[in-house]
Design a protein around this ligand. Structure first.
Ligand code: 5AD
Ligand code: FES
Length: 354
């Protein structure tokens, strides 16, 4: 695809040109996915994790972090709350935690599907294909697994690999074959991430024909090698992507141009770097999804993948009201129903030159 054009946009600094990019993304968003905003209630089910991603605060080596795993009753309470608040989807997210037994989790998925009308999205890391198949069988509708960067060298530096494990791209293909809607995405401004590689990430979103695309700025966590400087990945300043708010909007807008019919959230990481109106701006520059937090407030501070995360103290009803207000303030409305991707029969070639 047009990775040079995408790179040029990522490097663009002229405010008038950027306004044109954002206006184009907003109009494509309206044309293909409409003015509704889908609410996906996030339940952070466990912060145990066996992996060692060098950017992530819940990595196994972070011994200072108190670990929790929600009970079945707690997860069911959160899901019922989601239904009461009128959300269409719950997202069960967690670290890669083998204390989450596949059959136990399948039972919870089955109960949510029986007792509510919610779509169920999972985001539980690189589980093996038998677990993923069992959860799909139990009724899970979607799976999120970010590929984080398409630069394989950088990928391996920030994800200590497990011998014999399939790659995330291979797993994404498997998930699709199993009948999941598939979501992926990247962090923006990881040390060592070049403009050219971020442009290839965006081209890959389209090649993978993703149903959902989640992107957000990299936020350093002091309890990680990448965040405390013990792992230094440096590029010349003119090549390194900055982990800024503006860069995040550019990536959301370009993802919308590349993938017009995809569901794209305005993420918590964006709300974290601009609490005032980061989420609204994301929604006005290509996004059509928000992810209000449903995790019990007692556990929220412990799901610290990065510091100072938005919504750490707010009760689920607060996040619901807050987001409804924000959505309405920009002339949009909360959607009814689960908000599956309505896939185009024909995908026009994206235009990046304008
Ligand atoms: N900064 C920003 N995003 C992060 N994630 C993990 N750690 C960080 C961080 N320090 C993102 C990853 C992961 C998702 C659940 O959270 O992209 O896939
Ligand atoms: Fe949680 Fe605004 S979304 S307080």
């Amino acid at each position: 695809m047009h990775t040079d054009e995408i790179t040029n946009w990522l490097k663009e600094t002229d405010p008038a040109r950027l306004d044109r990019l954002y206006a184009r993304a907003d109009s494509i968003r309206r044309q293909y996915v409409g003015d509704v905003v889908h609410f996906r209630g996030l339940i952070e089910v466990t912060n145990f994790c066996v992996r060692s991603c060098t950017y992530c605060g819940v990595r196994a080596e972070n011994l200072a972090l108190k670990r929790y795993r929600l009970s079945r009753a707690e997860i069911m309470d959160c899901a019922k709350r989601a239904a009461m608040l009128g959300y269409g989807t719950v997202v069960l997210q967690g670290g890669e935690d083998y204390g989450i037994a596949p059959a136990w989790f399948a039972n919870i998925i089955r109960r949510i599907k029986q007792e509510t009308n919610l779509a169920v999205t999972l985001s539980m890391g690189e589980r093996n294909e038998w677990d993923l198949a069992e959860w799909r069988e139990a009724g899970a509708d979607r799976y999120l697994l970010r590929f984080e960067t398409s630069d394989q060298e950088l990928y391996h530096k920030i994800h200590p690999s497990v011998p014999g494990h399939p790659t995330r791209l291979a797993l994404l293909r498997k998930l699709r074959q199993m009948g999941y809607e598939v979501g992926s995405g990247v962090m923006i401004g990881i040390p060592g991430q070049s403009y050219a590689s971020l442009a290839r990430d965006i081209a890959l979103f389209r090649e993978l024909d993703l149903d959902m695309i989640g992107v957000g700025p990299y936020i350093p966590h002091p309890a990680t090698p990448l965040g405390n400087g013990s792992l230094a990945l440096t590029l010349p300043p003119d090549e390194q992507v900055p982990a800024t708010e503006d860069m995040s909007y550019k990536v959301i807008a370009l993802a919308r141009l590349a993938c017009p019919d995809t569901n794209i959230p305005s993420t918590t990481a964006l709300a974290t770097i601009n609490a005032t109106n980061g989420r609204e701006l994301g929604l006005q520059r290509g996004a059509n999804v928000v992810m209000p937090n449903l995790t019990p407030v007692s556990c929220r501070p412990l799901y610290e993948i990065y510091p100072s995360k938005a919504c750490v103290t707010e009760e689920p009803t607060d996040c619901s009201q807050c987001l409804r207000g924000r959505v309405q303030s920009i002339g949009r409305r909360p959607a009814d129903g689960p908000g599956n991707r309505r896939k185009l029969d024909y995908r026009p070639q994206p235009q990046f030159a304008f």
